[in-house]
Design a protein around this ligand. Structure first.
Ligand SMILES: C[S@@+](CC[C@H](N)C(=O)[O-])C[C@H]1O[C@@H](n2cnc3c(N)ncnc32)[C@H](O)[C@@H]1O
Length: 259
């Protein structure tokens, strides 16, 4: 399918460097590449090559991975290895309604929105206006803001103004166990919870709180991912590794009904 006006796409050079473009069928300014005649994108398909000032670039639509890697970062973001685990363990899918605590830079928000769109919705509770605004710019840049709302306040006590019960509740905040009283009534029975905490004492506190509240399948884990360097005649693990990001705690809400 040809590229449409207002689509956000990227051009990849032979070194894998990406330049981002918002398609318009007139002259477009692309940082570091200069001005391009945007009408050329009308005749291109994904994976085609475009030559700009003698250099070749492959044209792609972004997936969630590239969107997350290209965020304007402020607060620490949840990176793809953890976001992927959250999406799977919380079974996040098109049409789901999600309550998220902690917009930060919009890293996890981007992954959640990408999964629930175009039918679902993510509502994010964030303490700091400047973080919510950065996340808003990040999700608007790629057109996912249509499925997003946010409210500023403390998730431990603020009113949650949504007219639905969520399928999923994610909490990237220092003390998620203190937010359960306020938030769990907005999660449907059978809904899934994820807490994302960097320290073991926090993981213990949220696991204990979820067990005491009767949640099902409460579990904690950590994700480690190491790249491989693959070269002719030599294949080895990369020397660089992000050893620890955070612990992921998952659980599922019971209804409490007995029949
Ligand atoms: C590490 S950042 C979240 C990063 C985000 N998940 C991402 O992937 O970009 C944590 C965020 O939680 C917010 N926060 C911390 N405590 C909070 C609370 N009690 N209520 C709402 N937001 C809170 C912080 O202001 C911060 O923006």
């Amino acid at each position: 399918m040809a590229f449409l006006e207002n689509e956000t796409i990227y051009l990849e050079d032979s070194n894998g460097k990406r330049s981002w473009v918002k398609v318009a069928y007139g002259m477009i300014k692309v940082p570091s590449l200069g001005a391009i005649d945007g009408s050329r994108f009308k005749d291109l398909e994904e994976g085609d090559i475009i030559t700009i000032v003698g250099r070749e670039y492959t044209v792609f639509r972004p997936g969630v991975l590239e969107l997350m890697e290209s965020l304007d970062r402020g607060a620490q973001v949840i990176i793809p290895k953890d976001a992927a685990t959250i999406l799977l363990h919380c079974d996040v899918k098109c049409g789901d309604k999600v309550i998220e605590v902690g917009a930060g830079s919009g890293g996890l928000t981007t992954a959640l929105l990408h999964a629930v769109a175009p039918e679902g919705h993510v509502h994010t509770l964030e303490l700091k206006l400047e973080n919510a605004q950065r996340a808003q710019r990040n999700v608007a840049r790629v057109g996912l803001d249509r499925h997003w709302s946010f409210a500023i306040g403390d998730a431990r006590e603020m009113p949650v103004e949504v007219e639905w019960q969520a399928d999923v509740l994610t909490m990237d905040m220092p003390d998620p166990w203190l937010a359960l009283d306020n938030l769990e009534k907005h999660l449907r029975p059978g809904g899934r919870v994820c807490a994302y905490v960097p320290n073991m004492n926090q993981a213990e506190a949220i696991v204990t709180a979820l067990r005491e509240r009767g949640y099902s399948n409460v579990r904690a884990m950590e994700n480690m991912q190491r790249a491989l360097e693959v070269h002719p005649g030599g294949v080895r693990p990369s020397f660089d590794m992000l050893g620890h990001t955070a612990y992921l705690v998952f659980a599922r809400k019971r209804s409490g009904n007995k029949v």
